[in-house]
Design a protein around this ligand. Sequence first.
Ligand SMILES: [Zn+2]
Length: 232
Amino acid sequence: MTRKSKAKPNGKKPVAEEKKVYLEPEYTKSRITDFGFKELVVLPREIDLNEWLASNTTTFFHHVNLQYSTISEFCTGEACQTMAVCNTQYYWYDERGKKVKCTAPQYVDFVMSSVQKLVTDEDVFPTKYGREFPSSFESLVKKICKYLFHVLAHIYSSHFKETLALELHGHLNTLYVHFILFAREFNLLDPKETAVMDDLTEVLCGSGGGGGRGGGDGAGGAAGAQNHVKER
Ligand SMILES: [Zn+2]
């Protein structure tokens, strides 16, 4: 399997293969709810697909932003000189497609401000009755999901210890499972993109779209899903 943005040898010491604390069973078991996310992410029959993608994407953006904010004081330009996830390094590309070298907090700042701009743009995420979604909507949602994934993956790979100390790993795992199952349901993330976290995804979500609990909580899932729409 190839990773497209592997850290290049640049004279720096190679990052030692650190033990992935977030894979330890005592932590991967931690959740804030037993909810069956597999049922929750499915498009409810009476709801428009784009509306569903829009409201969920907006909600994930707010939750990822909040989760990052809990460790942001530790994610400094010195501690995280690059936007690294395990041995993969991400670069930001500006509006003209120019590669920008930046620290992790700068990268996250670029992500949050560009996503904020998109989800509050009435031409991209229309909220008023009768306004249409643009033809580029799905590709923009995919782009947002890719960025949010990078932020979540960075929290796991670089700030899991701090998350543990704050006892917020249950929140992080729950958000991750919900987000990954949602993205999987609507093919919003490129498997090549998420390969860097496959070991965690496998443990938390199962490989073939598992992760949900069979039967029994379908009704609760649907009610929760409708609440999500009202949140917008
Ligand atoms: Zn960081």
